[in-house]
Design a binder for this molecule. Structure first.
Ligand SMILES: [Zn+2]
Length: 346
């Protein structure tokens, strides 16, 4: 998938725009409770929650190694925030918030959507996954046929072929009999984007994972990133505008935001662990296959074909097998979380 390189948080955003971020978060706190019980603090027009309330809920201790940094720690969890930055670390996995972490009257806050639909599902999946299915897995190899996707300038490596090989390997890793695994395409055939979602819906998918390779103008760009659908009314990770103007319209995929966050986080975590590739994080975008997904859905960019080393690794069947193993393990983590959710709460 072709895209340009994106900046981190407000880095790369014009100074005036950075002030807009700060202005948006300099407002009078007000009353209200978020759906899961976090008190809501208004920062301009944006509903936020205090990180102190998250820390209390999750039993984390706050530590500030530098004035612009905050860490929330326990023997089991670690969350690291930087003021004005959307990029955070959660259990050593990079996560992109949809709004930067900030301070309102000296108190750290994040956007309510990031707290409720990203962080809370990852830390307390049992609250969000009850009643969800975890049997039918649809694997989607990006591109195909006349649409080759990205191509490496360093050798004959084409995205559509890499993606198809990886999904076949993922299928082989998943337990037959326990899960039903279907591929949107089994061969080198062209498939419209909406046809991929339609097939997933027809097959009653519980889990949808789309596999791609990245490409960008910076040949130094390297690593793996996993996408989930942007929350309704909020921007995408590639959007450097601090307060993007986007329609608040819900898409089918938005009904699965929390479940997709759990799935995407586990995939990214397992992929980085298996490959030791650069962790470019769990991100948000409105890709068609995520927007129209009938279930928990993610899109994985397995590496940059525009990077010499990534392209070399992606051309190696052994490395593609490592990627497939990471994806399969991430899927099984999600399946396990769904099953656990059934017995965790009365
Ligand atoms: Zn692609």
């Amino acid at each position: 998938m072709r895209r340009r390189e994106w900046g981190a948080g407000t880095a790369g955003v014009p100074r005036r725009a950075r002030w807009a971020v700060m202005a948006a978060f300099c407002a009078v706190p007000c009353v209200g409770l978020a759906g899961d019980g976090f008190p809501v603090v208004m920062a301009g027009a944006q509903p936020c929650v205090r990180l102190a309330d998250l820390a209390r809920t999750y039993g984390l201790r706050a530590s500030s190694p530098q004035p612009e940094r905050l860490e929330l720690l326990s023997p089991f969890h670690a969350m690291r925030f930087e003021e004005g930055n959307r990029r955070i670390s959660l259990m050593e996995v990079v996560l992109w918030l949809q709004y930067p972490a900030s301070r309102v009257r000296g108190r750290w806050v994040i956007h309510r959507a990031d707290a409720e639909n990203l962080i809370d599902p990852i830390l307390r999946p049992y609250r969000h996954l009850r009643g969800r299915g975890a049997t039918i897995v649809v694997l989607d190899a990006g591109h195909g046929g006349r649409d080759g996707g990205a191509e490496s300038p360093y050798g004959p490596v084409v995205e559509k072929d890499v993606a198809l090989d990886i999904v076949r390997r993922v299928r082989d890793y998943l337990p037959v009999g326990e899960l039903v695994v279907r591929l949107t395409r089994e061969a080198d055939e062209f498939l419209e984007l909406d046809e991929r979602s339609r097939r997933a819906a027809q097959w009653g998918a519980d889990i949808f994972v789309s596999i791609h390779c990245n490409s960008g103008p910076d040949p130094a760009a390297t690593g793996i990133e996993t996408y989930v659908l942007s929350k309704a009314g909020l921007g995408s990770t590639h959007d450097t505008r601090p307060v993007p103007v986007v329609p608040a319209r819900m898409f089918p995929g938005n009904h699965h935001d929390a479940a997709s966050a759990v799935l995407g986080f586990n995939l990214q975590r397992r992929l980085i662990h298996e490959t030791n590739a650069q962790d470019r994080g769990l991100r948000h975008a409105r890709f068609a296959v995520l927007r129209d997904a009938p279930c928990a859905a993610t899109l994985v960019e397995c590496g940059f074909l525009s990077n010499r080393e990534d392209a070399r690794r992606l051309a190696d069947p052994g490395y593609r097998d490592q990627l497939a193993c990471g994806i399969a393990r991430g899927i099984m983590d999600y399946v396990g979380a769904v099953r656990k959710a059934e017995v965790m709460l009365p």
